[in-house]
Ligand binder design. Structure first.
Ligand code: MLT
Length: 409
């Protein structure tokens, strides 16, 4: 007899973005030749920065010579990249993160999904709602969330974030062990200020709670009082793991490179009551289950920190932020409420006429051939919203907004 992990049977039928892709495929089959514009999944569309392409070519050439070819990469990343990350993303900003606290990987999706490997299944989890589905589904796969009742896991603490509370989550009302925070937020595009994030760090310090801080969208921050890293808050190194990604920052969704910071100060308790280092456990997990990010990809990521790389990355971010502005201003001019888009490539829009998220998604697809992401797919509190991604092509984004304005909803 072979037994499966029964937790998989409790999951919703399919992963959100697979479900959307299926609906779009069906639409396209029924309407061949229609010009569908995707403002759905947050996937980048613009070419990689020239500095990144040059580094890829150079590293590829190195791989073609016996003297310079590389085999397995160190599981936690090459020193050249970990040093560049520590220097540019942290030390240059006055944050004391050491390269040995940095683990390079193939994506923040993998890291946020895999991190649960080092934690007991008895931890009680809290997530903001709506939420990036990976945090929830991977904890459900591990068996931490109980059962799915309707759309709600009965052993998961949801922290609603809606326009009613300005998208600022309340602290959990019941004891929890781990809280996932994503800021700038996917899907709402909203942020926490330093003062608001400090409330979470203080809460975690006081209650012995681990914060999983997903900062994959930090490069889009334009406002001064919004922290780029949770380590800007005093004490955070004792309570927080931070996830970063080159995907949206530098167009690496197809190349795959990210990193996770697991500070040496961070400990958690074993069944027998000893404190264990999470940095050591994550190192053990990665060295066992991961063989490192490709050398050429790590060289490409390193190039984003060169002077020309930094300039080109900034241009890319500004390109997408301009799309966000076009989307936001367009939908607002029709009287719809829109959030995010200022420190984020996501614009979170209230559906008109109390339409459900999926109804508005279908309405936009069927009438205007525009793909969005229905808010309900991110959780119960996402109902009544859709997410527009600003990571599309500039002209296509403009055309999508014109279609919406001409249709007048
Ligand atoms: C999204 O659309 O939410 C993102 O592309 C998902 C991801 O980064 O995995």
């Amino acid at each position: 007899m072979i037994y499966i992990n029964d937790n998989y049977l409790k999951l919703p039928g399919s992963y959100l973005f697979s479900e959307i892709a299926k609906r779009v495929r069906i639409y396209k089959e029924r309407h061949p030749g229609s010009k569908v514009i995707s403002l759905g999944i947050g996937d980048v569309t613009q070419p990689l920065p020239p500095a990144v392409i040059a580094a890829l070519h150079e590293a590829t050439d190195e791989m073609s010579h016996v003297e310079t070819m590389r085999g397995y990469a160190p599981e936690q990343g090459y020193e050249f990249l970990r040093n560049a990350i520590a220097e540019n993303d942290f030390r240059a900003k006055g944050l004391d993160i050491h390269p040995t606290e940095i683990f390079v990987s193939d994506g923040a999706k993998s890291d946020t999904g895999n991190i649960g490997d080092i934690l007991s299944i008895n931890n009680k989890i809290a997530v903001t709602d709506p939420v990036y589905p990976v945090y929830v589904d991977t904890n459900a796969m591990a068996g931490r969330l109980g059962s799915l009742v309707g759309n709600v896991w009965n052993n998961l603490e949801y922290l609603p974030c809606t326009s009613e509370n300005n998208f600022i989550p309340e602290l959990p009302s019941k004891p929890v062990n781990v809280v996932y925070l994503c800021y700038p937020n996917n899907p709402t595009g909203t942020t926490l200020t330093k003062v608001q994030l400090k409330i979470w760090v203080d809460y975690a310090l006081k209650n012995n709670v681990l914060l999983m801080f997903d900062a994959a969208y930090e490069a889009f921050i334009t406002e001064k009082d919004v922290p780029h890293s949770i380590y800007e808050i005093e004490g955070a190194k004792q309570v927080a793991i931070e996830f970063r990604s080159f995907s949206k920052t530098a167009g690496f969704t197809g190349l795959r490179c990210a990193y996770t910071v697991v500070p040496k100060d961070l400990t958690a308790q074993s069944q027998s009551g000893e404190q264990a280092s999470l940095n050591a456990l994550w190192m053990r997990r990665q060295t066992t289950k991961f063989n490192g990010t490709a050398y050429i990809v790590q060289r490409a990521a390193e190039a984003t920190y060169s002077p020309e790389g930094k300039k080109q990355v900034r241009e890319l971010i500004n390109y997408y932020l301009n799309n966000a502005k076009v989307i936001k201003e367009g939908v607002e001019s029709l009287g719809l409420s829109a959030y995010g888009g200022v420190n984020s490539p996501y614009v979170w829009v209230r559906t008109p006429k109390n339409m459900s998220s999926w109804d508005f998604f279908d309405y936009l697809l069927n009438n205007m051939q525009i793909i969005t992401t229905p808010g309900a797919g991110f959780g119960v509190s996402g109902e009544g919203y859709v997410r527009f991604s600003a990571l599309g092509n500039k002209d296509a984004t403009k055309e999508a907004v014109e279609r919406i304005m001409n249709y007048k909803l």
